[in-house]
Design a protein. Structure first.
Lengths: 115, 130, 249
């Protein structure tokens, strides 16, 4: 039996799952509810406020880390779940989900660099 | 005596319907869909923020719409389920030595919940909400 | 002593005359303190001598009498009839995910092969002679692996594991828990050999941490925990091997 290369993706999955468990609920609370409720000011004001917070280099790094890890966690788990639902073309599923994670990681990086 | 073992087939696409334990497991696994979609939507938000105030307003309008709020509600529910299901099994994956034995599981789980609460508070403080 | 009549629906299969299994019902006068195995013995002795099933110790030590009882993998010697809903019948089937040899007897060959593949015995660094004396182990060293050494090879965890059903090459919970048990033993140096099986795709990586194995284990072995710990250790190995190639032996 050959040793598997699963550790590469599993390591990211486990790290991402842990990070996501700690921070994703509160982040959804902030961006999904408090922001629409206008707690950060409406329109122009919330733009200024958010730009200021996200403009901090430390926040950028942390945010980038969270997004990348959450994406890879989700991608890997979805790959396993596809298998559980009876989808047996693992190579195609893997390319799809990891590709999605890589694409959005890249988009997040570009966006953060230009804020 | 001839052998003729009988093999019971497991349904490939519906096996998890056989047992409540499996349904609970699948529920845990599909949390990833919402975590992934949320991470993607957050990325879109960052793109909008980088583009300028007009585009940002469009994004805020989008997430403030009924369908946007419904998504956030579902995502929050599944994300919390992810957190709970993740923390509750941490003692299985990590054994922390203490004396001749190990730190008991409930202590490890409680520590995770406490950190979860502290991290959430820090995020809210940083956003100036509290 | 109170007696109650319980109907047992038992999956029967005769490989010589039948092409597929069928349920057969038996009405058994059960005593209050009976377990399902007692009812099976009653059937065998008084109602139908052709019923086949495995059992030996009647006290959750030998691991022979695992069956599906109302759809749940259990040791029939540990399943008290009084714990099942009053008035309902009790359905008894052979362990799922294994081929049926006859009636409640399953084919164990696959499990036996996997058990052998992980070398579940102490592999010392160098052979010890009688003159060398006994091995010494501190309580701390014992606690490292003690929990995982309680396995009685009853195979309930394989009947509970959906991944074993979907991917029959999977080494599976009990064999992996025993791998962990020997890897953690201070007397043992066989981990590199066992890693060949553990770190393969059919090893720990087929597991998706459903956790059902640990829930049904009659001896609280926690195979799911053992497998996750080995995933972490295998991941650390992988990164050390690939990012620090000079460490490779």
């Amino acid at each position: 039996m050959a040793k598997s290369n699963k550790p590469i993706v599993w390591g990211l999955f486990a790290a991402g799952g842990t990070v996501a468990a700690f921070v994703i609920p509160v982040m959804i609370l902030i961006t999904g509810f408090l922001l629409p409720l206008g707690l950060f000011g409406s329109g122009e004001a919330s733009y200024e406020r958010m730009s200021e917070i996200v403009g901090n280099p430390l926040v950028k790094i942390v945010l980038f880390g969270i997004i990348v890890l959450a994406l890879w966690h989700a991608a890997h788990r979805l790959r396993i779940t596809a298998h559980d639902f009876g989808i047996r073309n693992d190579a195609l599923v893997a390319r799809g989900v990891y590709g999605f994670a890589a694409l959005f990681s890249l988009i997040a990086l570009m966006a953060l660099l230009s804020i | 005596m001839s052998r003729n073992p009988y093999v019971r087939e497991v349904p490939r696409t519906t096996w998890y319907m056989r047992n409540r334990r499996y349904i609970r497991y699948m529920l845990r696994e599909v949390t990833c869909v919402f975590i992934g979609l949320y991470a993607a939507s957050l990325t879109v938000g960052l793109v909008r923020l980088a583009q300028g105030p007009g585009e940002w307003a469009v994004y805020v309008n989008g997430i403030s719409s009924p369908s946007g709020l419904l998504f956030s509600l579902l995502a929050l529910g599944f994300a919390c389920y992810h957190s709970i299901s993740w923390f509750n099994v941490t003692p299985k994956a990590m054994r922390i030595p203490r004396g001749d034995d190990f730190v008991p599981g409930p202590a490890i789980i409680s520590a995770h919940y406490i950190i979860w609460g502290v991290v959430s508070l820090v995020f809210l403080l940083m956003m100036g909400v509290l | 002593m109170s007696q109650r009549q319980i109907t047992f629906e038992i999956l029967r299969y005769d490989p010589e005359t039948e092409s597929e299994p069928r349920f057969q019902a038996y009405c058994v006068p059960c005593e209050e303190e009976w377990v399902v195995l007692d009812a099976l013995n009653y059937i065998k002795d008084n109602l139908d001598g052709t019923l086949s099933y495995r059992w030996s110790c009647h006290m959750a030590v030998c691991g022979s009498c695992g069956m599906m009882i109302n759809g749940e993998p259990m040791l029939s010697c540990k399943a008290f009839v009084r714990d099942f809903p009053n008035g309902g019948s009790i359905r008894v089937e052979p362990l799922t995910h294994f081929p049926i040899e006859r009636d409640l007897v399953v084919v164990m060959d696959d499990f036996m092969d996997k058990l052998q593949a992980v070398k579940p015995y102490v592999i010392p660094k160098k052979k010890r002679t009688v003159e060398d004396g006994t091995y010494k182990q501190t309580p701390k060293q014992l606690h490292q692996y003690q929990q995982y050494s309680m396995c009685i090879n009853c195979m309930l965890c394989y009947a509970a594991c959906p991944q074993y059903a979907l991917a029959p090459d999977f080494i599976g919970p009990a064999a992996l828990a025993l791998t962990h048990r020997y890897n953690l033993d201070s007397r043992d140096h066989g981990r590199p050999q066992r890693q060949e099986v553990v770190a393969a795709h059919e090893g720990v990586w087929e597991c998706s941490f459903v956790g059902a194995c640990s829930e049904v284990c009659p001896k609280d072995v926690d195979p799911a925990g053992a497998i996750q710990q080995m995933k972490i250790a295998s991941t650390v190995d992988w990164y050390l091997e690939h990012l620090m190639p000079w460490r490779r032996k």
